[in-house]
Design a protein around this ligand. Structure first.
Ligand code: PRX
Length: 656
């Protein structure tokens, strides 16, 4: 470790041990890959696609830009994602290697080998085929963290069905909306889920979703038995997972699909309207899942990889279901929560399973710092974490204090932290340190993944000088990028290739600044109305729509405010149809509205703080002054001139 004089930032250099045998060892190796990509962009990706994936039919075209921004990668190549994750590893002799170490909420451990995984996936794929599910059909998966969750995704990939996972914390309404938009033919769910020592129902929520209308496309519901007890099984529609796979053959010929075939749709929040179905490809997506496992995580045969994300988010797709398995790695799949039975759970699991690469979100780290501060016995130093060699962070900016704690207390000052910036839309890492090469600066995602042409520009699309903040863009298409928004290609173009940049630059939706000396990127946060709460992405409009759907609410505006643990917290300013409530009455309505939003979207969308006004601060033309609301949410004094407001007095009511 040494202090870089010019940038005044502490830089952490990779140790000999991290450089030794690293896929990218030293900055010269990193720069060489970047140069290779610059000199021959298509050749660079094609080389990796040939080296890292198995193709049934090799591609001859690398990138088709004829219908930009609807780019096509390896369009005449054919492959199967599940084949690349399972069969080829078994064929390479890894059949008896453990693919998945599943640890249940209660600590029970189940190990699944590659051979066993292939058999489970093939059986379930045959079961789906038997129900008539075929290539191109959409299948919605509403499952907790489980072996079956991974099996279900892989089985869809095997038969060319496009899966769409809905996070188990989403409500019936949210599930319904996604089923309808995707036009799914089957729903895979479970009777319930175990979290934090409790058994929570899931099937009743799925049942409710199916009664809300718009789900007629669903022909089959497959139910995994997890919690036991009573479960409603609708004759002719529902079937237990274990009954569906019973007697099925262990052999299932994969469906060979075009590289562009949609592997999955994953809904995510935008700044306007309903969540958008981000559509991903098969070949390009898998390529970067594998490349980032190789370069960012430097995956090696003996590694035990643990990504703590849920399969309901993109991180769980790329770094649980697809990337690690396609690399023949051993990985952990964890059902529970970091704080049960106590906040030492992660550290204990790392110790027990000898985890070597650990990938989690800043929110989790911050909450575990708090817990360790309050209770020595759950401090990472109480555990043997010497197996670790690489740490990762994802989903939101990591503040330098949390970074340093993670580095020192979890990584023992030995393990590089890869702070990976990426998005649902990007499919895989966009900017991240390379663990055996990049000197680290806490809070910075450092430099682009080799081949990613990231830049910081102004409103006209012109590069801004280093040291000056701007808009984060990507200048060239990359293989794992979003292909379109399901059912809404116009929205895809408007959201990501806006006319402001002549449709030539991918707009990430984040602001960024490059360090004046090193050129390192630091993400400065979303530039749209998207919030990031505990690493979960949420549109303010979605929450506002949920609030105004309540019978008591006349108007609502939602903003974010910084939060020590969750990164951002949701603050809602609400005008009721009746008189403005105060005291106990206000408290009761706050509870009611929080529960309402929980029911409409899911518990993760519940506003932490709800304030009531007789009106919202508006300009004379009726526009809500969100800037002022953000200041109020933070508890800042409003010092600027508010005389242009129609109703300046309202600010006092909303102070909180
Ligand atoms: O704002 C950025 C933030 O998360 C957004 C993407 O959210 P989502 O699509 O849900 O994907 C999260 C997991 C990949 C980005 O637009 N974000 C993600 N990673 C980082 C980050 N912000 C700062 N640093 C990161 N490492």
């Amino acid at each position: 470790m040494s202090n870089n004089e010019t940038t005044q930032q502490k830089m952490y250099y990779p140790s000999e041990a991290s450089m030794k045998n690293a896929a990218i060892s030293g900055m010269d190796a990193y720069n060489a890959l970047c140069k290779e990509a610059e000199a021959d962009y298509q050749g660079y990706w094609a080389r990796h696609a040939r080296e890292l994936l198995d193709w049934k039919q090799p591609f001859t075209t690398v990138l088709d830009e004829s219908n930009a921004p609807f780019f096509k990668w390896f369009p005449d190549g054919k492959l199967n994602v599940s084949y690349n994750c399972l069969d080829r590893n078994v064929e390479k002799g890894l059949g008896d290697k453990v693919a998945v170490i599943f640890e249940a909420d209660n600590g029970e451990v189940t190990k699944v080998t590659y051979k066993d995984m292939l058999s489970r996936v093939s059986k379930f794929a045959n079961a789906l085929r038997g129900m008539g599910v075929k290539k191109g059909d959409r299948v919605v998966i509403y499952l907790p963290m489980s072996i079956e969750g991974v099996v279900a995704m892989q089985a869809c990939a095997r038969i060319g069905a496009t899966h769409s996972i809905v996070f188990g914390g989403f409500s019936a309404q949210a599930l319904r909306d996604r089923i309808e938009d995707a036009g799914a033919v089957a729903l895979i769910t479970s009777d319930g889920q175990h979290r934090g020592g409790k058994a929570l129902p899931l099937k009743p929520i799925a049942d409710e979703a199916l009664t809300l209308g718009g789900c007629d496309s669903i022909k089959n519901v497959i139910v995994v038995k997890r919690t036991g007890g009573d479960c409603n099984i609708v004759a002719g529609r529902d079937i237990w997972f274990h009954d569906a796979v019973e007697g099925q053959s262990e052999v299932c010929e994969p469906e060979w699909v075009d590289a562009e075939h949609p592997l999955f749709i994953l809904y995510t929040s935008g700044s306007t309207g309903k969540p958008k179905g981000v559509q991903h490809s098969s070949g390009g997506y898998l390529l970067q899942a594998v490349m980032s496992m190789k370069y960012t995580f430097d995956i090696k045969p003996d590694d035990v990889f643990w990504c703590t994300a849920d399969i309901g988010w993109v991180t769980g797709h790329t770094y649980i279901t697809y990337g690690p398995l396609a690399c023949g790695a051993t990985e952990i799949v964890f059902e529970g929560v970091p704080t049960y039975p106590d906040a030492g759970r992660f550290w204990k699991m790392i110790q027990n399973h000898k985890v070597t690469i650990f990938y989690t979100a800043p929110t989790a780290i911050r909450s575990l710092i708090k817990a360790a501060d309050n209770n020595e016995s759950v401090h990472p130093k109480q555990y043997d974490l010497s197996s670790l060699r690489i740490l990762g962070s994802v989903g939101e900016p990591i503040n330098p204090a949390a970074w340093e704690w993670y580095y020192e207390n979890v990584g023992g000052g030995r393990c590089p932290i890869v702070d990976t910036f990426w998005q649902t839309e990007t499919g895989a890492h966009m900017m991240t340190p390379m663990p055996g090469a990049t000197p680290l600066v806490p809070g910075s995602c450092t430099l682009p993944f080799p081949g990613i042409m990231a830049a910081v520009v102004d409103e006209t699309g012109t590069d801004v000088p280093w040291g000056q903040g701007g808009i984060l863009v990507v200048k060239r298409p990359w293989p794992s990028m979003i292909r379109t928004i399901w059912n809404d290609p116009d929205r895809f173009v408007k959201s990501y290739y806006p006319p402001d940049f002549q449709g030539k630059l991918y707009l990430a939706g984040d602001g960024a600044i490059r360090d004046a000396e090193t050129g390192y990127f630091t993400i400065t946060g979303r530039i749209d109305d998207v919030l990031n709460v505990s690493g979960h992405r949420m549109g303010t409009m979605e929450i506002e729509s949920a609030l105004v759907a309540h019978e008591k609410v006349a108007e609502a505006a939602v903003v974010g405010r910084p939060d020590d643990v969750t990164g951002e917290a949701i603050v809602a300013f609400v005008v009721l149809k009746g008189p403005r409530p105060t005291g106990d009455e206000a408290k009761a309505v706050v509870k009611e509205l929080q529960n309402w939003v929980g029911h409409e979207i899911g518990p993760i969308a519940k506003p932490k703080d709800i304030r009531f006004g007789e009106n919202l601060p508006k300009t004379r033309s009726g526009k809500i002054m969100r800037r002022l609301l953000r200041q109020l949410a933070k508890g800042e004094e409003i010092l600027q001139d508010t005389s242009t407001l129609e109703n300046p007095a309202i600010l006092d009511q909303l102070k909180g």
